[in-house]
Design a protein around this ligand. Structure first.
Ligand SMILES: *Cc1c(COP(=O)(O)O)cnc(C)c1O
Length: 376
């Protein structure tokens, strides 16, 4: 039985609305330049990657072979130690962060977690779930961790292990904490028991292609990294990738092995489509394509900053960031362009799928908003 005419019409209207809203969408870090219609036949099957991605298990309707390829590709992009990493495709950045903090807690049960004021709102919730002691560190004006405040705070808590929750691209200003600097602070205070997690929700898929390459990956000293898949890579279903050192994961896998499964993930049933989407993007783009996507976004971000400055808006962006920060415009404009706004600041994120022409349309609205009359 097909759906009734009224219901079909309702979906048509909904599609029009989504199209329209997605056409004036500048404030959130979602790529929209993808086409996954090639996967429509897979919608007929209950694909489920339940459990560990590296163990096929008895549920055979899974896409784990593609998930593993995605993980391998991302592991090499993030310079994970050969044969000593593990990971899975998550439901998003938040789950990857939660998972990583969980691993860190199992290794250092009495640790103090340090995270900056500019961290994503989900971090405090995650720490609450895990019941971990934590201290919020001041952020600098640009959103980067205040390293002096970190040093002072660590000095006071030298008796406990340190878990650092570093931001590689903060939500509001896309600032990147420097984990090399953080490690030298830990060295200074002789904190041997430490764990560094990088929340690279947005920038994890950008930073590997930047020059200079930010200090954020496994080779730079990270113990785990979480990325959102629907942000820079792009997916119609939210997803993410988490990678950690294998030894850390073995600990939690062992601790529950008495129930006879390798329940190494947070969710039991896991999305089987999103690994296919990620695999598709990786195959389609390759390293060269990803590098080009990063350059393109940087160009659009530079263009947006310049255009805003031209009309007298004090817009700025962090080095090599695709996020442009400026004083919040009127509520009407915030609403139309879906601008994420925090306090008195808004931002636009030059994600793949956003063109200079979109920026031009936005600038015209900004001019009207500011009462600037066009010559014509
Ligand atoms: C978006 C974001 C998150 C959360 O990721 P989700 O994929 O939405 O769960 C976490 N941290 C930062 C810095 C983010 O920008």
């Amino acid at each position: 039985m097909p759906l009734g005419e009224q219901d079909k019409l309702r979906l048509d209207c909904f599609l029009s609305r989504i199209r329209k809203d997605s056409d004036s969408f500048l404030g959130y870090p979602s790529s929209k330049d993808f086409d996954f219609s090639i996967f429509k036949d897979f919608l007929h099957y209950p694909i489920n990657n339940i459990g560990d991605p590296f163990i096929d298990g008895s549920y055979k309707v899974n896409s784990k072979e593609f998930e593993r390829e995605v993980l391998r590709e991302v592991a090499s992009m993030l310079r994970a130690p050969e044969d000593n990493w593990w990971g899975y495709v998550t439901n998003g950045g938040t789950e990857g962060n939660l998972y990583s903090l969980y691993l860190a807690r199992e290794i250092h049960p009495n640790a103090m977690v340090y995270f900056s004021q500019a961290s994503h709102y989900s971090v405090v919730k995650n720490l609450h779930f895990l019941n971990m002691r934590h201290i919020m560190i001041r952020a600098q004006e640009n959103g980067e961790m205040d390293y002096d405040d970190l040093a002072e705070t660590i000095n006071i808590h030298r008796d406990v292990p340190a878990i650092i929750f570093a931001n590689i691209g903060t939500t509001m200003t896309e600032a990147k904490d420097d984990i090399k600097k953080i490690q030298s602070i830990l060295d200074d205070y002789a904190i041997v028991n430490r764990y560094i997690h990088c929340d690279a929700a947005l920038s994890g898929a950008i930073a590997p292609f930047l020059t200079p390459r930010p200090a954020f990956d496994f080779a730079d000293g990270a113990d785990s990294i979480a990325i959102s898949g629907h942000k820079f890579i792009g997916s119609p279903i939210p997803c993410g990738i988490v990678l950690a050192k294998k030894l850390a994961v073995d600990r939690i896998a062992q601790s529950i092995s008495y129930i006879g499964t390798l329940d190494t993930t947070i969710s039991g049933s896991r999305n089987g489509l999103t690994p296919l989407f990620l695999w598709h993007s990786i195959r389609l783009l390759g390293t060269k394509g990803m590098r080009a996507r990063v350059s393109k976004s940087l160009e659009v971000a530079a263009y947006a900053t310049e255009r805003l400055n031209q009309i007298g808006v004090a817009a700025w962006r962090n080095e090599n960031a695709i996020t442009v920060v400026f004083p919040a415009p009127s509520a009407v404009l915030q609403d139309k362009w879906q601008l994420a706004t925090e306090g008195d600041r808004s931002h636009i994120v030059a994600m793949p799928g956003i063109e200079n022409s979109d920026i031009d349309r936005f600038i015209n609205d900004m001019k009207t908003d500011m009462g600037i009359k066009c010559a014509s």
